[in-house]
Design a protein around this ligand. Structure first.
Ligand code: ASP
Length: 607
């Protein structure tokens, strides 16, 4: 078919804009053919642009030539339509679209471009994800994707406005740099002009933002891409976007205030009101109360049920009274079948087995009710559980000769963690019966944010038999714990914090070390020699020597925030051009092998 030139034709309105008050006006619309209904003498076309759709009408008796042209249009053709807006007949009003009371009677049609038959249509049922990613340009035409990308824009804009309104400068930092301290694998970029040398893509702008504090910028932020070469789980992307910030002379609560402020603005952009300040909880409390360092506050805490058991109960049930005695309560599960009871028991045992140090940390409530009904009733009472609630006691069962054992703090923690896992697994399993634990995007939109503070400074790596930085090695320990750096590293608390939403970590940060002497001690505690520290971070250690102010900051995942606000269940729904779980971009087909000539130029030979 003959294509038309745009010439000097100008669009007067958007397809989502026309209302009854436009009736009688002559308009020029441009967009894509969404649907076409051919009724012989009348052809209807829904014309789509970013803002919505308008119904175009082509009437053979009015204009046979234009009607004929309309007959040859197909899905996703690009057209300009010139015509008059008119009110629709009462019975043809479409309440589902904002322009549903009007239509445009077209007297002139320009065909701006054709389209091959698309592999799927934007308004049809979702095709498989592979084809969505390969034909991303078509997938992005779908309403839901247009909505998500617009939401992403609005959220980022709200954050930018909030932060610049509070004196933060958005400052760019390099992508071609050297290894940063986040602890994942680096993406490397070979340097042609320095054969044999490589840049690393930043896992975060960590050291640059700290240097910006040394340079006196006081308040920095950046909505920035970060790169981590990790084995991808369903909810990870090799390149992702952080809202990264850093401030000079802050106490942690100054950082909290700023984050609460911009999150409030971001959620507002999505029509959600957030209450601030967010509750705060230390890491230790989070573990004791929820068995996890990112508690989902929509579910009840673990309950201490020690009081429910007499010495005789403990004996009879072979429960080790020197360990923790907690119960998980999952509300409103309702009746559960015998098969489900068995499943709960099996999965509880499975989780308990994964926990170091004990054999049986678990007790079936059904068994408990059978063997010691009074204790069971007390457990129920302590949990404040209703008849529809499901209870699982997580206690240590004595094994073998039952001789008293001394338990380490780690095994106590492990017991809480096991209880926490059981709590989440059951909540997930009964999600459909248990309305308080719906996917965050579902109806109800119950957003429960909190700060978790005072994380441990170090984590012990059993395999490598050494301590690692739990956050990163520039995180400041608590002043009061400084003397335990060598004697008891596991007990050192960090001035590190996470912001958590409905059981998901949205971001983490810390107050940093600003003194060279303390930084050195931390490297030592991490088993790094002076030489190693110097070769990895020498430039930064030197910078610390030139009048570094106390400083701290945080980084939050933008993709995840938008995903939650969009009610989506994958980051790929809110990233325009995401990668698959194998880190492949199916649309551009990357990564690809490169030519021998390119490799030679870079001085690289493949093994
Ligand atoms: N750079 C850290 C991260 O990406 C966040 C921070 O400490 O500010 O996890």
């Amino acid at each position: 078919m003959q294509l038309d030139f745009l010439g000097d034709l100008r669009r007067t309105h958007m397809c989502g804009e026309l209302r009854i008050q436009h009736a009688g006006q002559k308009v020029v619309l441009m967009g894509w053919v969404n649907r076409r209904r051919d009724m012989g003498n009348l052809i209807f076309i829904d014309l789509r642009d970013r803002t919505g759709v308008t119904q175009l009408v082509f009437d053979k008796s009015n204009n046979a030539a234009v009607h004929e042209k309309a007959g040859s249009l197909r899905s996703e053709y690009v057209v300009a339509a010139i015509g008059k807006v008119r009110q629709r007949d009462l019975e043809t009003i479409n309440k589902n679209i904002s322009t549903g009371e009007v239509e445009v009677a077209v007297d002139e049609l320009q065909l701006l471009n054709e389209s091959k038959v698309p592999p799927f249509l934007p308004f049809e049922a979702l095709p498989n994800e592979e084809s969505r990613l390969k034909y991303r340009y078509i997938d992005l035409r779908r309403d839901a994707m247009q909505f998500n990308i617009e939401l992403r824009h609005k959220v980022a804009l709200a954050i930018r406005q909030y932060l610049s309104g509070r004196g933060f400068f958005e400052i760019e930092t390099p992508f071609m740099t050297r290894s940063t301290p986040e602890g994942a694998r680096d993406y490397l970029v070979p340097s042609r002009v320095n054969p044999g040398s490589f840049y690393a893509l930043p896992q975060s702008p960590q050291l640059f933002k700290q240097i910006l504090m040394i340079s006196g910028f006081e308040k920095y932020f950046q909505i920035v891409r970060c790169f981590r070469d990790e084995d991808l789980r369903a909810d990870r992307q090799p390149e992702f976007t952080q809202i990264d910030l850093e401030m000079s002379f802050p106490q942690p609560d100054r950082v909290f205030e700023v984050v609460e402020g911009f999150l409030q603005a971001a959620f507002k952009a999505a029509g959600v009101d957030l209450k601030t300040p967010f509750p705060r909880m230390t890491y230790d409390d989070a573990i004791r109360q929820y068995g996890i360092d990112k508690p989902d506050l929509r579910l009840p805490k673990l309950t201490d049920v020690r009081q429910a058991f007499t010495d005789e109960d403990l004996d009879e049930l072979r429960i080790d009274g020197s360990m923790e005695m907690v119960a998980v309560c999952v509300p409103k599960v309702g009746k559960i079948s015998d098969r489900e009871k068995k499943e709960i028991e099996a999965s509880g045992k499975e989780i308990a087995k994964r926990v170091r140090d004990f054999v049986g940390v678990f007790y079936s409530f059904v068994q408990l009710e059978k063997k010691r009904p009074e204790a069971a009733a007390k457990v129920r009472e302590l949990c404040g559980a209703g008849p529809d609630d499901l209870i699982v006691p997580v206690v240590a069962i004595r094994t073998g000769d039952g001789a008293a054992k001394t338990y380490s703090d780690a095994s106590r923690k492990a017991q809480f963690v096991a209880a926490g896992e059981i709590r989440l697994e059951l909540a997930r399993k009964y999600a459909d019966r248990h309305k308080a634990f719906e996917r965050s995007g579902d109806a109800g939109r119950d957003f429960r944010l909190l700060w978790v503070t005072d994380f441990p400074m170090f984590e012990y790596d059993d395999k490598e038999r050494r301590w690692n930085a739990a956050h990163h090695p520039f995180t400041s320990p608590h002043e009061q714990d400084m003397d335990k750096l060598e004697s008891d590293p596991g007990a050192v608390r960090a001035l590190a914090y996470d912001v958590v939403l409905n059981g998901t970590e949205l971001g983490s940060g810390s107050i940093r070390i600003h003194r060279q002497d303390i930084q050195k001690k931390i490297f030592h505690a991490l088993g790094m020699t002076d030489e190693e520290a110097k070769s990895r971070f020498g430039f930064f250690l030197e910078a610390l020597e030139y009048g570094t102010p106390p400083h701290g900051g945080i980084a939050l995942g933008l993709d995840r925030i938008v995903m939650i606000l969009a009610g989506a269940d994958s980051l790929r729904e809110v990233i325009p051009f995401p990668k698959t779980a194998k880190a492949v971009d199916l649309m551009v087909d990357a990564p690809t092998p490169v030519s021998e000539a390119q490799l030679r130029e870079l001085g690289i030979k493949l093994r």
